[in-house]
Write a protein that binds this ligand. Structure first.
Ligand SMILES: *[C@@H]1O[C@H](CO)[C@@H](O)[C@H](O)[C@H]1NC(C)=O
Ligand SMILES: CC(=O)N[C@H]1CO[C@H](CO)[C@@H](O)[C@@H]1O
Length: 316
């Protein structure tokens, strides 16, 4: 009996292959689900942009956020000429109610904000203790300049190896916020379709970030890429990142103790104008006037300064 049972067991394990689903879905945020999953942050812009972050009621009544069954729009005002001595252009910053450590976040985005002066970001951090606890920037750029960069920002003592298994190109290797004015350790993606007008004209695509105790990976796939994993494309309830191929950006823990540099993070989506980064490099890319004057006087130029999210799915 005993040997028969173990023989059967062996047969059974040969016959049924291990299904390697490494994560299952914990949050499937679509349309009005964004209102349940995120808090609106009507705060002074920490990066000194020419924006006025509004609360949820104001955002909804001014149609700066708009939810349908299949989409969530988040935008700046594009109708108002601003008084130069008054507040900045109304915009929106939202932060997830939940925090996450080991997880995968998949952002299915149809359109991202574009236009001179825009500085959109999709990122994760813990604001209360920043920079302790770390920061992972998944989407970030300014003034329509492709490609996208994925970047870590940390307290001192966290660096990245020069040689890594990724399709993007490493910039600075030290993630310490105190080095070079908070440049961080960034990786530029290999395709212009990863950011701004090119991303939008291609129908957008998917960003995914996987955070584990020993690495952080960021992938980008354009809407029509042949290499989009089927579980990403189909919005599956279980995913296996082992099958997703070489990431755009790879941040291993070999020279960075993740346990002491990264704590549980909120997901933050912010859309500022000008400010510390977009303002300081404004004009290098052919944008007219000065950044603040342009924002004050050209509301219509911000009609495409919006995110259109098909979904955010978090897997744990
Ligand atoms: C609000 O924004 C949505 C999405 O951009 C748009 O479809 C809708 O027409 C807008 N509503 C108003 C009243 O402007
Ligand atoms: C205005 C604002 O909240 N800016 C933040 C947006 O996102 C980046 C991350 O890329 C932060 O560094 C900024 O502080």
């Amino acid at each position: 009996m005993k040997s028969c049972a173990s023989a059967l067991f062996v047969l059974a394990s040969i016959a049924s292959p291990v299904i390697a689903v490494s994560y299952s879905i914990s949050d499937n945020i679509i349309g009005s689900g964004f209102y349940n999953s995120f808090d609106f942050q009507a705060i002074a812009d920490p990066t000194h942009g020419r924006v006025n972050y509004v609360d949820q009621n104001t955002a909804r009544s001014q149609n700066l956020t708009f939810a349908s069954d299949s989409s969530f729009i988040l935008r700046t005002d594009f109708k108002t000429v601003l008084n130069p001595s008054g507040a900045g252009r109304n915009s929106v910053r939202i932060r997830s109610k939940k925090t996450y450590s080991t997880h995968v976040a998949v952002f299915n985005i149809r359109h991202m904000p574009q236009g001179c002066g825009t500085w959109p970001a999709v990122w994760e951090t813990v604001e209360a203790t920043w920079p302790n606890g770390g920061e992972v920037d998944i989407i970030e750029g300014v003034n329509d300049q492709a490609p996208n960069a994925a970047t870590l920002h940390t307290s001192a003592g966290c660096t990245m190896p020069a040689s890594r298994s990724q399709t993007g190109t490493s910039g600075q290797l030290d993630c310490n916020v105190a080095v070079n004015g908070n440049t961080g350790c960034g990786v530029k993606m290999s395709t212009a379709q990863s950011y701004g007008p090119s991303f939008n004209s291609n129908g957008g695509g998917w960003y995914a970030m996987e955070r584990r105790s020993n690495f952080i990976k960021v992938w980008f796939w354009g809407r029509n890429d042949g290499s989009v994993p089927s579980d990403v494309k189909n919005g599956a309830s279980g995913i296996n990142t082992d099958t997703w191929g070489t990431p755009s950006a790879f941040f291993p823990n070999t020279q960075c103790d993740f346990g002491s540099h990264f704590s549980a993070h909120n997901i933050i989506i912010n859309l500022t104008l000008c400010g510390d980064w977009a303002g300081s490099v404004y004009g290098q890319d052919g944008c007219p006037s000065t950044c603040v004057d342009f924002v004050n006087n050209n509301p219509g130029s911000f009609s495409n300064a919006f995110f259109d999210f098909a979904s955010i799915k978090v897997y744990q």
